[in-house]
Design a protein around this ligand. Structure first.
Ligand code: NAD
Length: 368
């Protein structure tokens, strides 16, 4: 069968890493039809908007998208293509596995953490009131009236919104993921000691949902304690489930634990739609240099293959990437092994090396 996938190259380094990963996926023998869709800087020039409607329609039709990173213009009217995509398509779960592959530049061994980040609310609600605006003044009055607290008049506001509904579905997603992927423990991350009505609600719901999964261990941890524990002994963690902002920060921290953004894949998943994209952004300073690491994008492709039910092919691509990392001869600058005469190669050469390994692995399977 042929899978029709919406392909969003993105901007900055997006087109380079997307092309490299696409070549790897095509070399697996699984058939893809790519439905090309432009979002980000290129779309802005072509259509006058960074997120044209046809991109959303394509994803709704094909159900699965493979996406490169997109730059968020600072201070423009448009907040973020990425946030808009997740919200408009209700891709409520952001899945970011962080795993050490032997040979990757990491201080740790045997880290295998899956970050499950809530994608639709929290401080990303987009509800903000500018300092001095009439709305901010009204809010100051409401706060004074209802709580008796005097907030400084020159304050701006960003609203942290945590709902029972979104908390329940993300925690349920984390437990279902744990159950279907042979994971043993889910840890809910929060700051409920301070934010009783937002993080407190998240924690209460997590505890409630955990009761439906007696086969999976459950515990919780305060986000600052988690940071300290992660940099000391990350191997103790399995699946982490977090509200949006902590999820964003902790997934980058976990990427750093396993070798950096160059090897950190991701997915944004809803009830019947999914976008696979790396954790990293568009790194504009490296654009068009054929220099950055395509592995995060390739590993996002591995996640996509698993989602499509192509588990055996997914395992083979992951193994090929792991072998390229372990050999250290065909890796980009960010993965340079700490050995004399180590060589770094370009984005496209990494893809070539992974494809070569894939072919070797296929021949080995045929011989057995
Ligand atoms: P970034 O992830 O783009 O880059 C930060 C640094 O990480 C780079 O300078 C580079 O040193 C390293 N890096 C990133 N990807 C790499 C790779 N594949 N190989 C090797 N090194 C890599 O973060 P940023 O500079 O904060 O963001 C740039 C833009 O990307 C911003 O506009 C941001 O909003 C956007 N962004 C988009 C997404 C997305 O599309 N999903 C995600 C994060 C950031």
């Amino acid at each position: 069968m042929t899978y029709t996938i919406t392909l969003i190259p993105g901007d900055g380094i997006g087109p380079e890493v997307t092309e490299a990963a696409k070549r790897v996926l095509e070399a697996t023998g699984v058939a893809f039809h790519w439905d090309l869709a432009y979002a980000g800087a290129g779309a802005q020039d072509l259509y006058g908007t960074p997120l044209p409607d046809y991109v959303l329609e394509s994803i709704r039709k094909n159900k699965v998208a493979f996406k490169g990173p997109v730059t968020t213009p600072v201070g423009s009217g448009f907040r973020s293509v990425n946030v808009a995509l997740r919200k408009k398509l209700d891709l409520y779960a952001c899945l970011r596995p962080c795993k050490t592959y032997p040979g990757a530049p990491s201080l740790f061994k045997d880290v295998d953490i899956v970050v499950v980040r809530e994608n639709t609310e929290d401080l990303y609600s987009g509800i903000e009131f500018e300092e001095g605006s009439p709305e901010a003044v009204r809010l100051l009055e409401l706060i004074a009236e209802t709580t008796g607290n005097a907030v400084r008049e020159d304050s701006g506001f960003s609203l942290k919104v945590i709902s029972r509904t979104a908390s329940r579905r993300i925690v349920r997603f984390a437990f279902e993921y744990a159950r279907t992927h042979g994971r043993k423990k889910v840890t809910a991350v929060h700051k409920a000691n301070i934010m009783k009505f937002s993080d407190g609600l998240f924690l209460a719901i997590a505890r409630e949902v955990a009761k439906d999964y007696p086969d999976i261990k459950f515990d919780d941890i305060i986000v600052d304690t988690l940071c300290m524990q992660l940099v000391r002994r990350p191997q103790q963690f399995d699946v982490l489930v977090l509200p949006n902002l902590y999820g964003d920060i902790i997934s980058e921290l976990c990427a750093g634990l396993v070798g950096g953004l160059g090897v950190a894949p991701g997915a944004n998943i809803g009830d019947d739609l999914a976008i696979f994209e790396p954790t990293h952004g568009s790194a504009p300073k490296y654009m068009e240099q054929n220099k950055v690491n395509p592995m995060a994008m390739i590993l996002s492709g591995v996640m996509m293959l698993r989602y499509l039910g192509e588990a055996e092919t997914a395992d083979r691509v992951e193994k090929a990437v792991a072998q390229v990392i372990a050999e250290g001869k065909n890796v980009t600058y960010d993965m340079k092994p700490n050995v004399p005469n180590a060589r770094v190669v370009s984005t496209s050469q990494v893809a070539d090396a992974v494809i070569e390994k894939l072919e070797e692995l296929s021949h080995a399977t045929q011989r057995n």
